[in-house]
Design a protein around this ligand. Structure first.
Ligand code: SF4
Ligand code: SF4
Length: 243
């Protein structure tokens, strides 16, 4: 039978080494520590206090949140927002690309058809149901990258805690951007003679008198009418002057 045992022999320091390989003799660890002079030994503690003293006089970075609002970077990923065009129509077309891109399955979208009397967004479809589940969202931003109309963006708002699970599922009305002065609340027709492409290109900058008249006829008590009337009038005058 073959002898498979490893051949060993004693080294010069008494250590065991494999045949054909040299193994360095162990050194005492004290020999690895750099030598210091007595002066360096005396100044050692002072150097430690030097770090403390230096920070004592530097500017404090303590955040006083929540007594003071927290500062976040401009591109911080916070709560989502569904944006509108300047005439008040919604940018979301219900394509569901954001939901498909979401790795956490946090977005639920149901689209519906726009009609002449229920035109919520330019083009054929709009997001009838739009939900984001903030119990799932990891704020990665993939959804906003996927959105073809820049309907979905993220704000800097991060205070999203709540006492109930249901409360952390945000609905469309929670996510829609607030109406700014001069916008006309949807639904209403698109600007006459335009297509959805004109909207995407930013060529619609305000509601027109015809849109205001349509809303005045169908929803005479709509609170957005007052601001929209004055903005539409100003935009029409500006258009005449530039012609
Ligand atoms: S930020 Fe990320 S996790 Fe949150 S909804 Fe968008 S894609 Fe989903
Ligand atoms: S938010 Fe954008 S990606 Fe999501 S359904 Fe609306 S248009 Fe499509």
């Amino acid at each position: 039978m073959a002898d498979n045992s490893i051949e060993k022999k004693a080294g010069p320091g008494g250590e065991v080494q494999r045949s054909g390989r040299e193994v360095a003799a162990p050194q005492p660890y004290q020999s690895l520590i750099p030598k210091r002079s007595p002066l360096e030994d005396a100044l050692g503690p002072a150097a430690g206090f030097g770090v403390t003293i230096k920070n004592f006089f530097s500017k404090t970075v303590t955040e006083q949140y929540p007594r003071e609002p927290a500062r976040v970077k401009p591109r911080f990923h916070g709560r989502h927002q569904l944006n509108r065009y300047p005439d008040g129509l919604e940018k979301c077309i219900g394509c569901e690309l954001c939901a498909w891109a979401c790795p956490a399955d946090a977005i639920y979208v149901e689209a519906a058809d726009n009609t002449a009397d229920q035109q919520f967004s330019p083009g054929e479809r709009y997001g009838r149901v739009y939900q984001i589940n903030y119990l799932r969202c990891i704020f990665c931003g993939l959804c906003i990258e996927a959105c073809p109309t820049r309907a979905l963006t993220m704000t800097n708002e991060f205070e999203l805690a709540g006492p109930t699970r249901e409360g952390l599922i945000y609905e469309k009305q929670d996510l829609l951007a607030p109406m700014t002065d001069g916008m006309l609340a949807a639904p209403h027709p698109m600007v006459e003679g335009t297509t959805d492409t004109d909207y995407y290109r930013g060529e619609v900058t305000a509601p027109t008198p015809a849109q205001v008249d349509w809303v005045g006829e169908h929803r005479p008590d709509d609170p957005s009418l007052t601001g929209a009337r004055s903005r539409a009038g100003a935009a029409a005058n500006q258009g005449q002057e530039t012609r």
